[in-house]
Design a protein. Structure first.
Length: 192
C-alpha cells in the first residue's frame, strides 16, 4: 500500500512538471508538500486527490481515439545503449529513451518488495552495462546485472514505432541459483 502511495506522489509531481528522475521517496513527499503548501502530507489526502484521476484515466481507456485522452504517466530513466541491444537483436532501435510507466512502478513495488525504490538510481547502469541479456517471453528481453545483488529487469524495446519508448516492464532481485536457472532455460543473447 505504501508503494502505491509513493507512486501516486511521483505521478502528481510529474504532472506538475517536476523532474522526478532519481528523486527519493522522502524528497518526493517534501517536494509535494512544498508545491501544495502543506507541512505534512497525509496518505489519505493524496489517495483521495488521485482517486478521481484514476477514474478519469479508466474512463479515457474506454473512449479510444478521444482527443482528450492523456498518455500514461511515466518516469524517464535516461537513454539506452543502442550498441548492445541492436547487436543482440539484429534490429535497429528507433527511440533511445528508457521509461518506466507508473503502473509498472506500482506493480514492481507491490509484487517485488520495493525493488524499484531500492534500485531506481542504478537502473540506467543495469540496463546499459548488463552482465547478461536473455531472450524473454514475446518480444521482451531480460537484463541481469549484479549491483551488490543480482537484479533482473524486463525490457520492451522500440524497433518500429518512434512514438513508443523503450520500457521497463518490471524488475526484481534474483539469487545466484535463479541466475543459473535462467542460463539453462533462456537463450543467452549477451554475456559480459
Amino acid at each position: 500500500m505504501a508503494s502505491s502511495f509513493i507512486a501516486m506522489v511521483y505521478a502528481t509531481l510529474e504532472k506538475s512538471g517536476v523532474n522526478i528522475a532519481g528523486m527519493s521517496a522522502t524528497d518526493a513527499i517534501a517536494k509535494f508538500n512544498e508545491i501544495n503548501g502543506k507541512d505534512n502530507l497525509k496518505k489519505e489526502e493524496i489517495q483521495n486527490n488521485n482517486s478521481s484521476k484514476q477514474i478519469n484515466k479508466s474512463e479515457n481507456k474506454d473512449t479510444k481515439g478521444a482527443e482528450d485522452k492523456k498518455p500514461a504517466t511515466k518516469i524517464k530513466l535516461g537513454q539506452i545503449n543502442t550498441d548492445i541491444y541492436e547487436k543482440v537483436t539484429g534490429k535497429k532501435l528507433v527511440n533511445k529513451d528508457i521509461v518506466m510507466p507508473n503502473t509498472n512502478i506500482t506493480h514492481t513495488e507491490n509484487r517485488h518488495q520495493a525493488v524499484f525504490e531500492k534500485y531506481k538510481e542504478k537502473l540506467p547502469q543495469i540496463i546499459n552495462e548488463p552482465d547478461y541479456i536473455f531472450q524473454g517471453n514475446k518480444d521482451r528481453l531480460l537484463t541481469v546485472k549484479n549491483v551488490g545483488r543480482n537484479v533482473e529487469v524486463v525490457l520492451e524495446l522500440s524497433f518500429e514505432n518512434k512514438n513508443f519508448s523503450n520500457k521497463v516492464v518490471s524488475m526484481w532481485e534474483i539469487k545466484d541459483k535463479d541466475l543459473e536457472n535462467l542460463k539453462k532455460k533462456k537463450k543467452i543473447l549477451y554475456k559480459k
